[in-house]
Every structure is written in structure tokens, then in C-alpha cells.
Design a binder for this molecule. Sequence first.
Ligand code: ZN
Length: 130
Amino acid sequence: MVPRSIAPRSITRQTLRFILEVARESHPKEFAALLENHGGTIDNLIFLPGTRGSDGSADLPLHNLPLGVRVAGSVHSHPVEDRTPSDEDLKLFSDTGEVHIIVCPPYTESSWSCYTWEGTPARLRVVRGP
Ligand code: ZN
């Protein structure tokens, strides 16, 4: 369990584009990171030291989380065109905050989904950054 932030309602377009870019570069390996939230808007990714790209499920070494970071949720990529959370994903979701993004090929601005920590689809508005 990591410290939770308040539930985010939106993500900056810049952050979303960065996520898609990293996912594209990592393909066919998965990438995973945590989402940081300021005032209800996701505006930063936290890459944990020791994160491995895997072919199966997102693997986040949560014990490497820097102190004081408020975690809004997680993001990871799937190498196939399916953004359904796996059982491992659901376990990760329940450990790491309120909102969880899964992206998949072709990694465009329409190839992502957002879920609650319970794995039900959630809405996240894309907003302009500060
Ligand atoms: Zn997954």
C-alpha cells in the first residue's frame, strides 16, 4: 500500500502524449509507471528504479517509491490491442491509487482506457497543461 492522493478527474494532454510515446518506444515490452496528481489533475509520471519491462503483467517495485510522493494511480501498456485489465493488473490497481490507465497499440490518443482501483471503466478528462 502506498500513500494515496485525492481521486484525479483529469490528465494533461502533455502527460498523455508522453505515456503513449514511452509505450510506443517500449513495444513489444510493457512499460509501467505511477501517476502523480496535483489538484485533481494527473501531470507527472513516476518511474520507479528497478521497474522491468515484461511480456506478462505490469511489475512495479513499490518499495522503491520515493517518500512523500502522492500516488494517483498507475499506468502500463499492453503489447496487444486489448486494454482489459488482467487479474495481476487488478491486484496492482488495488495497491496503487484511484485511477489506472492501460494503453495499447497503435498507441494513439484513442488507444487508452482508464479504470478505477476496482477495475471498472472510469472517465478521465484530457486537459491542457498549466
Ligand atoms: Zn495489464
